[in-house]
Design a protein around this ligand. Structure first.
Ligand code: SAM
Length: 221
């Protein structure tokens, strides 16, 4: 990996970010190598380009890249997916690698983040990805998908208003949430009903089998 001015990371730093173990290989399957390359890119440039905080680099692999697979088990068998507020590409890039059969839309309003996502898409040869440099609201009535994912974008009520108009009838919103998932869902109950939600559930996903739980909120329309 090239080392530029102001970037004192070197090849070995980036390589050490990726943990080659049975657990991550089981979770990521054939997407493992692409995900490892993505993690290296983030380790090299993510902090410098304001995509991840400095404290996140050492835990980039398990907490961010592999963790992005938490929603994979709830995705539809086929069709389209939009990751709203994709930022550095979490979880959208990892899901696009895992599910090359899905038509994946990454929605992110910030120009420098979209530029980054374009570089990632090229480097990883992701031909199932379309980038949209807009706020999710701007795509209401223009884009409809079978599933929307969102990680660290907004509280449940606001997130539902941003994303559910993009979800087709019978589709699903999958939100990666923290420990307050249940109460966020309860607070958003009225908004969800008005938006045509038919069912909700909260899943506790222990992705790596190490007791580290990721909460996935599933909202069906
Ligand atoms: C905290 S970051 C999370 C990024 C990424 N999902 C992750 O987990 O690392 C939130 C992202 O949502 C984007 N965002 C904020 N409001 C949005 C909106 N209305 N539509 C689409 N993206 C939005 C921001 O630009 C930012 O990149």
């Amino acid at each position: 990996m090239p080392t530029g001015p102001g970037n004192d990371r070197d090849v070995s730093d980036a390589a050490e970010v990726v943990v080659d173990d049975d657990a991550s290989r089981r979770v990521l399957g054939l997407a493992w190598s692409g995900a490892a390359r993505f993690a290296e890119m983030l380790a090299d440039e993510g902090e410098l380009r304001g995509l991840i905080g400095p404290r996140e680099v050492p835990r980039l692999w398990s907490r961010h890249v592999v963790n992005s697979a938490a929603v994979a088990g709830f995705l539809p068998e086929s069709g389209s997916l939009a990751d709203v507020g994709s930022g550095a590409g979490l979880p959208g890039v990892v899901l696009a690698l895992m599910r090359p059969d899905l038509d994946v839309h990454l929605i992110e309003p910030m120009e420098r983040r979209i530029a980054w996502l374009g570089e990632v898409v090229d480097e990883l040869d992701l031909d199932n990805v379309t980038l949209h440099q807009v706020r999710a609201e701007e795509l209401h009535g223009k884009l409809e998908v079978d599933a929307v994912t969102a990680r660290a974008v907004a509280a449940m009520g606001k997130l539902a208003r941003l994303t559910l108009p993009l979800v087709s009838r019978g589709g699903v919103l999958l939100a990666q949430k923290g420990r307050r998932a249940e109460s966020e869902l309860a607070d958003a109950a009225t908004a969800l009903r008005k938006l045509g939600v038919t069912a909700t559930s909260v899943h506790e996903v222990d992705l790596l089998g190490d007791g580290e739980i990721t909460m996935v909120v599933e909202v069906r329309k």
